[in-house]
Design a protein around this ligand. Sequence first.
Ligand code: BEZ
Length: 236
Amino acid sequence: MTNTMEEKDIISMPRIGDSAPSFTAVTTQGNISFPQDYRGKWVILFSHPADFTPVCTSEFMTFAKREPEFARLNTQLVGLSIDGLYSHIAWLRTIKDKIEFRGWKNVEVKFPLIEDITMEIARKYGMIQPGESSTKAVRAVFFIDPKGIIRTIIYYPLSLGRNFNELKRVLIGLQTADKYGVALPADWEPGEDVIVPPANSCGSAADRMAGLEKDVYCKDWFFCMKPMAKEELEMA
Ligand code: BEZ
């Protein structure tokens, strides 16, 4: 380690396929051990820049309103910012008592919000991106599967609130790909046709092109699809 760079200054960037870095933390719902406490569930771990800011407030109210939809997808929401616990508590109380957004009032945030004043967790997860801000986390979203593996990462800048329909689409897409061994085309939405794995022999490529595989239709031998009804998916 050089004397110009200390260990705490190194910013790690977890990648898709990595085990979610573990940590213990104080949250608005008590202490947690992450990701161990959520084994068997999907987790959306997300950071926000700061408490008592408008975009974050709109996002928290939306996360809270839509939490039941994520719960029906066996998914736990966990938030984080580099503010302290008392700031978090005061902000969540203000949201409940005073803020109306899109006609929503008395919105109670029931999922854990992590305090991270030392930035230790934010640094571990690459949530501090100094080109954007060195004192605030960007809007990062980590989709972590029931085995604790990071499956998707999305980053948004400070000035842009997240798209919650897209977050839900990503989650359903990951769950669908895992459960049925399929892939999902551009702009896929639940209920639309899915992509089947490529033919793995000349014979099966020929069979597919001849229309011999039930329900499967092909654009070419390497690009074949089949219907998947919305009802088949585990979704809200
Ligand atoms: C906001 O959430 O409104 C916000 C936070 C940090 C910088 C800019 C906007």
